[in-house]
Design a protein around this ligand. Structure first.
Ligand SMILES: NC(=O)c1ccc[n+]([C@@H]2O[C@H](COP(=O)([O-])OP(=O)(O)OC[C@H]3O[C@@H](n4cnc5c(N)ncnc54)[C@H](OP(=O)(O)O)[C@@H]3O)[C@@H](O)[C@H]2O)c1
Length: 242
């Protein structure tokens, strides 16, 4: 088993599951990370040849280092990291809770930093690696009521550009995919009037699907993307371009 290994965090559902399926199709052995969806994670593992499941709450101290160690032990290597796991705790600045800010940083930003850090040590040895961070259109354009979430996603974008420079000499690329409005559990609960308003702001006239995001991730982890680093691919139906 010497084919490359791709870790996708939050892979049991939504955008993460679409990325896991796509990377398996691309020939990767997939490390399926989940936190609280064991049935979905195990069903996905049954679907994807040579995949393994790993359960961690990434906001907990020590979990990211342990996850990378476990992947190395069980799968022998780690070549690609897709930092996808994330939460959105929404409120306008006046009422936003400091504890929600901390929780969002611990769940969205710190794991992207730590997993990239620990995985890069393994990638350096092979002089090849791909790190893809899932950010968001709101990290670029802001959104009322999403001060915490947009701050976290903006932080990941800046961090990715610096990592790209740190690792450029070692065949390791670091990029972001910034989705717009994608139909998943994260957005399904929004009131219909909010969804209809959103739709009017999307030039392509439809919400995105998880597979739309997975296609961009698939390109960024391919050999063909080797000259692309420190960049963001916007997958938002034309809502915003940088
Ligand atoms: N949907 C959109 O419109 C949209 C737009 C822009 C960006 N995004 C970003 O895309 C990514 C995926 O979101 P999604 O839409 O697919 O939402 P989702 O279905 O709610 O998935 C979120 C994932 O994050 C994982 N997760 C949450 N807290 C975690 C923790 N403490 N430790 C480990 N894993 C944790 C969940 O794992 P478990 O289920 O196992 O708990 C879940 O798989 C997120 O980073 C999100 O910010 C989404």
């Amino acid at each position: 088993m010497d084919s490359k290994v791709a870790l996708v965090t939050g892979a049991a559902k939504g955008i993460g599951a679409a990325c896991a399926r796509r990377l398996a199709k691309d020939g990767y052995r997939v490390a399926i990370h989940y936190r609280s969806s064991p049935e979905l994670a195990l069903a996905l593992q049954a679907e994807l040849p040579h995949s393994e499941v790993f359960c961690f709450d990434l906001s907990q101290e020590g979990s990211c280092e342990a996850l990378v160690k476990d992947i190395k032990l069980k799968m022998g290597r780690l070549d690609v990291v897709v930092n996808n796991a994330g939460i959105a705790l929404d409120q306008i600045i006046t009422f936003a809770k400091p504890e929600d800010f901390d929780k969002t940083i611990q769940t969205n930003v710190k794991p992207a930093f730590l997993l990239s850090k620990f995985a890069s040590k393994l990638m350096l040895r092979n002089k090849w690696g791909r790190i893809v961070n899932i950010t968001s259109v709101v990290g670029h354009m802001g959104n009322s009521g999403q001060v915490i979430y947009s701050g976290a996603k903006g932080a990941i974008t800046g961090m990715t550009k610096s990592m790209a420079m740190d690792l450029a000499g070692f065949g390791i690329t670091c990029n972001c995919v910034a989705p717009g409005f994608i139909s998943t559990d994260m957005t399904d609960g929004l009131p219909d009037e909010v969804k209809q308003k959103m739709l009017t702001q999307i030039p392509l006239g439809r919400f995105g699907q998880p597979d739309d995001v997975a296609s961009a991730v698939s390109f960024l982890v391919s050999d063909g993307s080797g000259y692309v680093t420190g960049s963001t691919i916007h997958v938002n139906g034309g809502m915003y371009r940088s």
